[in-house]
Structures are given as C-alpha cells and as structure tokens.
Design a protein around this ligand. Structure first.
Ligand code: GLA
Length: 411
C-alpha cells in the first residue's frame, strides 16, 4: 500500500515538473547584448576588474547603447565545492563573494551573468555543475544572476539534450528569470532541438582575433576560428533563429587587435546575422575607433530589429557578398561585404531581378522592382540617395558598406 502511494506521489511530482518546466519566456526577444570576460581576460578575472568593467560600461555609454549584461566567464569559481556541495567563488579573485559582485553590477543598472559547465569540470578546470544542477541554479538565484552561459567540457557520455534540459528545468524551478546561453559549440546541432531549451546556442567552436584562417591553416590540434570561418558556419542556419532563440556565432573580438576595417566588417556581419552582441575587449582602455564601432546605434538597430530575422547571404561573387536582412516597417538592411584584401568596385543596379525576391524564412518581399526606397549609409551616417538609379560603390578591402532601405512612399 505504502509503496503504491509512493509511486503515485513520485509520478505526480514528475508530471508536475514535466508539465511546468520550461525556459523563461520573453527574456531575449532581441539578441542579448553585453560584455563577457573570456576573449580578453581568460581565467584572469577578479572582483576589481569586474567593478571597473561595470563602471566603464556606464561611463563609455555602452550600457546606454544597449549592452546590458556583464557576464563573468570561466574562472570565477573554485576548483572544489564546499563540504555541502555548494559551488564557491575563487577566494583570491572574489573575496567579497558573488552576491556582492552582483549587487555592484545591478547598482550600475546592468544585469549579471555567470558561467558554468554541464560536465564535471569547466573548460578551465573549475567545478562543473554535473550532479549539482538544482543546487547551482538556487545558488545563482541567490547571487542575483540574470544570465547563465553553460559550457560543454568534461561531459563524458552525457547526452546534450538531457543535460541542457536538466539545467533549464533547474533554473526554472529556482524561480529567478535567467537567460540561458548554451555553449556546446554546435556539436549536436542544437538549432534543431534547443528552441524550447535555451535563449541562444553557440553554432561553432571558439572565435579568435583573426579575420581569416591563415594564422592557423597549418597548425595541428585545437585552434580558434576566424570571423570568416564562423560566418560560413552560421549563415546557413538562419531559419532556426528568431525572437527568444538565437544562433550564437560566439562573442565579439572587436577591439582585440584587428585593423579597424576588419573590426567594422566583423561587427556589421554579426548585426546582419542577428547575433548576440557580447563584447570581448577591454572596454576600460579601448580606442575611440573601437567605441565608435560598438556604439553605432543605426548598426545596432539592424541587429536588434524586432522582426528578429537572421540576414540572408543573397549573392556571392569573387569575394564580394551581398546580404539582405528584413526589418520592421518593410525596411531592409543591405550589406556589401568584401572578404578580400583588395577594394572591389561594383555597380548596384537595384532593379536587378535577383534583388527582387521573397525571403522564404520571413515571408517578406523586397519591392525593389516596383517601389523606390531611400538609402541611408549606416557607417557614413548620411543619406545616400534612392534606389531609383544604379549607383557605383567601392567596397574597401575586408570591409563593408551597410545600407538601410526605407520605402520612399510608405502607405
Ligand atoms: C569554452 C567556451 C569559451 C569559454 C571557455 C572557458 O572554450 O567555448 O567560450 O567559455 O570554454 O573555459
């Protein structure tokens, strides 16, 4: 008899959890924007640095441009858990504890992000969450966390879908709305199954501060990927992205040593791909040029457009690509992207049959063969005529020209 009751109780509990567990909806209706410690600082993070970054996010205007999340990556936690299994901050780097770090971040009008791993250990060898998912989710809620990046090292034979659903459910049960960012590098094609699980999923291996793969073409073993590599991995996945569930082509390397044209192209392509814009540079000491790229509000508006459609690579010839991204109010972003090391001259004939098409992902049509659009150059920050006549452009080497098209006579 008792056993029967027990079985019923367990089944009810399972049913209840199953019926209600879900991801938090409405948290990432546009791609998340913020900063993350990994690309620049690796494991060398501490609470002084994080406070300085928080201050810089405000003083540079990044926060007001939309970069809201301040995310700590690997290295905030100790290698071992405490005797009760609770994850502990690295005592050297974070003597005041994570709640204090979170309070400081929140006091600046920012949101607090943290990092863990579905396996035994993080990629940097710190304590992973395997076997402690519910305990960790509660701990993060107590810290005041708003965003969790969840990695995939030391996962042995774990099933990715099961492991990520487990943490999603743990976060949901803990009750504090937390953006859930999956980082399993695209291995199990999360775009095909993670829409109900997370708000964003990595589509590739780690980015490095490279425009192309020349630096590591002949290198054996692990190496980071270049901007071009990642664009080519991420571009075909556009139909899987949308409000609340984004393809994540990894964090930005803008300001980490690439020339300004390559930084601009990298940033622009992330905007065209509706990618999360998570900065990865030292924003305390960045140049004016870097800040100008990162705070170009008209470019950011392409990324953050509320239609939430990842851009389409419409044409590609001899290293020149033409990308289109549908926007609200029948606007379009159009990007001419030169992947090569030489400038390319091109005559844009807006009446070209290929430019009049219906996008099968969004159902939006360009009306270029029947209506005129005004053209705004988003990097020159000036109007550039209309689509009524062809225009000659010169796309500099490894750079972009980014336009926003707006119907001349909307009705
Ligand atoms: C993996 C992730 C990176 C970073 C490191 C931390 O490589 O893909 O983005 O989080 O782990 O160790």
């Amino acid at each position: 008899m008792k056993l029967k009751y027990l079985i019923v109780a367990v089944m009810c509990a399972l049913f209840t959890v199953g019926a209600h567990a879900q991801k938090f909806e409405g948290l990432a209706l546009t791609p998340p924007m913020g900063w993350n410690s990994w690309n620049k600082f690796r494991m060398n993070i501490n609470e002084t640095l994080i406070r300085e970054i928080a201050d810089a996010m405000v003083s540079t205007g990044l926060r007001d441009a939309g970069y809201i999340y301040l995310n700590l990556d690997d290295g905030w936690q100790s290698t071992e858990r405490d005797p009760n299994g609770f994850v502990q901050p690295d005592p050297k780097g974070f003597p005041s504890g994570m709640r204090a770090v979170g309070d400081y971040i929140h006091s600046k009008g920012l949101d607090f992000g943290i990092y863990s791993d579905a396996g035994r250990k993080t990629c940097g060898g710190r304590a992973g969450s395997s076997g402690h998912e519910y305990q960790d989710a509660l701990t993060y809620a107590q810290f005041g966390v708003d965003y969790l990046k969840y990695d995939w090292c030391a996962t042995d034979n774990l099933n990715p879908k099961g492991a990520y659903i487990l943490m999603r459910d743990a976060l949901y049960a803990a009750g504090r709305p937390i953006v859930f960012s999956m980082c399993e590098w695209g291995k199990s094609q999360p775009w095909t199954w993670a829409q109900e699980v997370s708000h964003l999923w990595r589509t590739s291996g780690d980015i490095g501060p490279y425009f192309d793969s020349v630096a590591y073409r002949n290198k054996k073993g692990w190496h980071p990927l270049s901007v071009l590599d990642i664009i080519d991995i991420n571009a075909p996945l556009r139909k899987y992205a949308g409000p609340g569930h984004w393809n994540d082509p990894d964090m930005l390397e803008v300001g980490n040593g690439l020339p300004v044209n390559e930084d601009r192209a990298h940033f622009t392509m992330w905007c065209m791909m509706a990618a999360p814009l998570i900065l990865g540079n030292d924003i305390r000491t960045m140049s004016r040029e870097t800040l100008d790229i990162l705070t170009n509000r008209e470019a950011i508006a392409i990324d953050q457009d509320s239609l939430g459609v990842q851009g389409l690579r419409l044409m590609s010839q001899d290293g020149l690509e033409v990308w289109f991204k549908p926007l609200v109010h029948n606007d379009w972003a159009v990007c001419f992207f030169n992947r090569t090391e030489k400038p390319i001259d091109y005559t844009v004939d807006w009446n070209l049959p290929g430019f009049s098409f219906t996008d099968d992902v969004s159902g939006r049509s360009t009306l270029l063969n029947s209506a005129a659009y005004k053209i705004r150059d988003l990097w020159k920050k000036q109007d550039a005529g209309t689509t009524e006549r062809p225009m000659k452009i010169k796309v500099p080497a490894r750079d972009v020209i980014l336009y926003r098209l707006t119907l001349k006579n909307p009705n």
